[in-house]
Ligand binder design. Sequence first.
Ligand SMILES: [Zn+2]
Ligand SMILES: [Zn+2]
Length: 350
Amino acid sequence: MDASQYKCPNCGAELVFDPSTQQINCEFCRSEFTVEKIKEIYAAIEPDSPEETALKKDFESHTNLYHCSTCGAEIMAEDDTTATFCYYCHSPVILSGRLTGDFKPSKIIGFHIEREQAVQSFKNWCGKKKFIPSDFKSQQQLEKMTGLYVPFWVTDCNVTADFHAIGKRIRSWSSGSYRYTETKEYSVERVAEIHTEGVPADGQSKIEDILMESIEPFDYTALKPFDMSYFSGFFADKYDVDKAAVFPRIRDRVTQASRNIINNSVSGYSSVSVRNQSYNINKTKWDYIMLPVWFMTYRYKDKIYEFAINGQTGKLAGTPPLDKKRLALSSVIFGAIIAAVTFLGGQLFI
Ligand SMILES: [Zn+2]
Ligand SMILES: [Zn+2]
């Protein structure tokens, strides 16, 4: 079998066949598959619908990519919107070409907060600060306020769980002057297909995670299928953390969640010793979504500070100061893992 014709169902990288194990491996995200599993997964994949293909073409032909040679930022904009400066470091940017349709987000939350509201929020915020330099609220600075779509990965995964353990039930009783102890050993097996939904990872390393977290939550029920018209007048970050880089983080969370589900299904024993268990993610559906943020950086005493407003709710945060204690309490809606489990039989064998 020529493994190179297949892409990794988890991260999209090239696959390599390993003759020693007869498995197909992904060297990027370290996933492993049997030949049968890969064939089965690929047989089930449906090609893009004509509508999706048209949307990708539309995205390809109407999105420009700009590059900042100072900080390396890559900025996307619709071709009617021209980027002239980098919203991270304020250096000039140059047009560097188009993007492929694979960079088209699948879903997006549009801006609800308008520019004037964002500017007013910033002014109010400045008003409460004691140590604000005089040019802080200058027109020049306010013009750096950028309507920015921030990229985010959200995944649904299919996991195959295989679990073998020995469970013991111990019973003891007295009869006459004898004390009896009976130990029964059970072979406990679990084979399950587990489906997890909505496990997130952010796709942008340039924005401080804590800044993004502090303007959460976004109301994800407002997610809409992406359409080019959302980009009009705004900018978007091209993700710089790709699927292969993010996947180990996703895998850890999904594996842990699956392990908990299996462990919780094993009960009623005095003791359980696990002989072996494996959790393989064999398919990952990626949603590349974009969230609206009014974003501004400012330089003060050679240090760059960031300021952000949730473009959906108006919640704002900036450095300084960030209240880290309060941040720890902020809810992460996408943190919840929804899992559906199908046991494939083999619940319990004596
Ligand atoms: Zn991979
Ligand atoms: Zn830059």
